[in-house]
Design a protein around this ligand. Structure first.
Ligand SMILES: Cc1cc2nc3c(=O)[nH]c(=O)nc-3n(C[C@H](O)[C@H](O)[C@H](O)COP(=O)(O)OP(=O)(O)OC[C@H]3O[C@@H](n4cnc5c(N)ncnc54)[C@H](O)[C@@H]3O)c2cc1C
Length: 294
């Protein structure tokens, strides 16, 4: 243990910080049991962390983690993977800024604030998504106003086999989907941005934000179910009379039925019980929007 590591933390041979933490602290829903968390600051530490079964955690904004936690190491990106270099590279043109590297562990809301202040456009459609850059890239997060792919130029991706760089345009991208295999980690990206003005960028971001007006401001992992075949999942759950239903500390939001919120002391078991109730009442073909760990 070193003087700078938090109490109960140890360090790996390359200096990654290893702690046993409740994942409830690292997810927006605020549920999840104790797991072995590896905080890595550089490629050497990341490579070491990937030598045993692992999962990668971003902003924890799309996850329901089991009350027992997970068996695998949970990798968190910090240090070199949490820096932002928006300066123009030689690939830039008068119309297009190709930035330096932006870490996969950078919180997306903070990045968007900087882009707004600098009047740099292309990622406004992701306003309000509480992700880290890597997590948002991995699932091509976005709204009807735009998605991560709109502002991506190059990706750096790590796997147990090594690190590779790939142009975003060489990969297929889909609706809330990328072709990046599970277990491959988006460590850094270069952005492709258009020169605009702070006022114009702010206006576009406000439009994406306004679309969230009815969403609850409580602990939640976002929308529970995908909209089935063009129908609104929230409307179907509302019509089944489930708005406001509570099991333990989890509740179907009275504001928006497609959101399950933690009203104080929810467990993953409470959330699963509500998800099952919705499937029973609305239809078992309802497809989950968020990810269950394990
Ligand atoms: C209030 C609220 C509103 C939301 N609104 C939207 C929305 O409008 N649009 C939208 O698309 N989503 C939305 N979401 C869902 C969520 O923010 C997105 O799915 C987001 O992309 C998850 O990113 P994350 O960094 O939090 O990933 P996590 O939740 O931590 O992880 C999700 C998945 O990404 C993987 N992952 C994380 N980091 C990396 C990485 N560096 N490299 C590779 N894989 C990685 C994880 O292993 C996991 O499989 C919302 C969520 C909340 C709570």
């Amino acid at each position: 243990m070193t003087a700078t590591t938090p109490s109960h933390a140890t360090t790996s041979s390359t200096g990654a910080v290893i702690e046993h933490l409740p994942l409830a602290r690292l997810t927006t829903l605020g549920v999840g049991g104790i797991s072995e968390v590896w905080t890595v600051n550089n490629h050497a530490q990341l490579h070491e962390a990937m030598q045993a079964p692992y999962r990668v955690l971003g902003g924890g904004s799309n996850l329901v983690v089991s009350d027992q936690g997970v068996r695998e190491r949970v990798i968190r990106l910090k240090g070199d993977f949490a820096t932002t270099d928006l300066s123009p590279t030689a690939e830039s043109t008068p119309d297009q800024l190709i930035t330096g590297w932006v870490g996969g562990g950078v919180p997306l809301p903070g990045l968007l604030r900087r882009l707004r202040e600098a009047g740099l456009s292309n990622l406004e459609g992701t306003a309000g998504v509480p992700a880290q850059v890597g997590g948002a890239v991995w699932m091509n997060a976005g709204t009807r106003y735009g998605e991560m792919f709109d502002g991506l130029h190059r990706l750096e991706i790590a796997s147990p086999g090594g690190v590779q760089q790939v142009l975003a345009s060489e990969l297929p991208w889909g609706y809330r989907h990328s072709a990046i295999p599970r277990g491959h980690i988006v460590t850094r990206v270069q952005l492709k941005l258009r020169y605009s003005t702070p006022a114009e960028v702010a206006e576009h971001m406000n439009s994406a934000d306004l679309a969230r007006k009815g969403q609850p401001k409580m602990k939640t992992p976002g929308c529970a179910f995908k909209n089935p075949g063009g129908a609104s999942a929230g409307k179907l759950i509302d019509e089944a009379g489930l708005k406001g239903t509570r099991i333990g500390g989890a509740m179907i939001s009275p504001d928006h039925a497609n959101f399950i919120v933690n009203v104080g002391d929810a467990t993953a078991a409470d959330v699963h019980a509500l998800l099952n109730l919705i499937r029973d009442r609305v239809g078992t073909d309802m497809e989950l929007e968020y990810e269950l760990w394990p």
